[in-house]
Write a protein that binds this ligand. Structure first.
Ligand code: PMP
Length: 401
């Protein structure tokens, strides 16, 4: 027991602290490259047109009400989310071995999946990439896992994937370790394995009897193509591996604060589906009883309506804006003759770029240029626009020189 008045101050959550420092700064040229949210070229948050249209349609639908959803959420949502992830014609779906559970965004999906594995099945050890999204460790520990471990991922010298280190760490992992894998657009490095590298990773996971837990927070948002960004998950599932995948609809639908997520569970044997679903029902029941309706209904309406689905073009708009900011930034740094190589800015994928800037250089950018980014050198490419790209490039150039 610890008395409330002897409680120690918890450490700040870096990304929120940096975001607040940006908001509090009154400098006219300030730039926010910290928090992971999409911004338009005007630096504004964006409600996707198809989302706005669907919201208006739902608001006018007198048949809808605010009754509780079932514990596992809207079936129309979770099955559409599972199909979006695996492809509707994936053998795991056709054979009745895959299903989804609506969750509180991607974080909630990770939490439900982790708690199910730890408390219902007794898994203890989890591996996350070095580096990874800062919340993986906390979510898994709070879910009942007791053995946090890292696998090598990022080769800082060459700014690429450390495949050998990654495979060696998997080889040395004890049987039944859960391996957290970023489905695409790895956060924070923006560096994904190639198809051949994924094949090697899957091979070791299978041989060593490890349990793959995918985290898919950026499907479609990374390349602009839902199918392309789901390649790794679909490949693992096609090998017949038992696995789970947490899905977030925060980025690809711009529904950050509506907390729309899904956990897809893929089993080897169809007969396990009903008992697994019943145990997951108890996991959710004891955690938050049932999920909210608004965002799940929007996504379900869009995904289940071919005409609206086609209007989801906005995903491509977002991905393309990021790609053009990546090439624009690299081009400018090269033109300025900024020391170092900058090819990684365009070879990395998704929202983030791991710039390679040191903590001292980051401090310099914050203090002298009012450009806010994480200590690790991670920047959110969406914070760059046609209006501030020259300023950002010059600031990085002056900082590195
Ligand atoms: N996983 C990763 C890798 C992420 O980057 C994020 C969002 N920052 C999430 C999961 C979960 O986000 P949310 O809970 O907002 O869906």
């Amino acid at each position: 027991m610890c008395g409330i008045n002897s409680m120690k101050l918890g450490p700040p959550i870096e990304v929120f602290a940096v975001n607040k420092a940006y908001l509090d700064d009154t400098h006219p040229d300030k730039v926010n490259l910290s928090i992971g949210a999409y911004r338009t070229d005007e630096g504004k948050p964006w409600v996707l047109p198809v989302v706005r249209k669907t919201e208006l349609q739902l608001a006018n639908d007198e048949t809808l009400n605010h009754e509780y959803l079932p514990v596992l959420g809207l079936e129309a949502f979770s099955s559409a989310a599972t199909s979006m992830l695996l492809g509707a014609d994936h053998s795991a779906i056709l054979e009745g071995r895959a299903f989804g559970v609506q969750t509180l965004s991607g974080t909630g999906a990770l939490r439900v999946g982790a708690e199910f594995l730890a408390r219902q099945l007794g898994y203890k050890t989890f591996y996350f990439s070095q580096p990874t999204w800062e919340n993986h460790r906390l979510v898994f520990l709070n879910s009942g896992f007791t053995e946090p471990r890292e696998y090598r991922y990022w080769d800082a010298n060459n700014r690429t994937l450390d495949l050998n280190g990654f495979l060696e760490d998997l080889q040395g992992a004890p049987e039944n370790s859960v391996i957290i894998l970023h489905a695409c657009a790895h956060n924070p490095t923006g560096c994904d394995p190639t198809h051949e590298q994924w094949e090697k990773i899957a091979q070791v996971i299978e041989e060593k009897k490890l349990f793959p837990f995918f985290d898919s927070a950026y499907q479609g948002f990374a390349s602009g193509e839902l199918e392309k960004d789901a390649w790794a998950v679909r490949y693992f599932a096609s090998r017949g591996l038992e696995m789970v995948c947490a899905q977030s609809f925060a980025k690809n639908f711009g529904l950050y604060n509506e907390r729309v997520g899904n956990i897809t569970v893929i089993l080897k044997d169809k007969q396990d589906l009903i008992p697994v679903k019943s145990q997951l029902t108890l996991t959710v029941r004891g955690m938050y009883s049932n999920p909210p309706n608004h965002g799940g209904r929007i996504v379900a309406t869009v995904l289940n309506n071919p005409q609206l689905y086609d209007e989801k073009e906005s995903i491509r708009t977002m991905a393309n804006r990021i790609l053009s900011m990546r090439s624009g930034l690299k081009e400018r740094l090269q033109r300025l003759g900024t020391p170092g190589t900058w090819d990684h800015i365009t070879s990395q994928i998704g929202m983030f770029s791991y710039t390679g800037l040191s903590p001292r250089q980051v401090e310099h950018l914050v203090n002298n240029y009012h450009i806010y980014l994480l200590k690790s050198g991670r920047i959110n490419m969406c914070g760059i626009s046609t209006k501030n790209i020259d300023y950002v490039a010059k600031a990085i150039n002056e900082t590195v020189l």
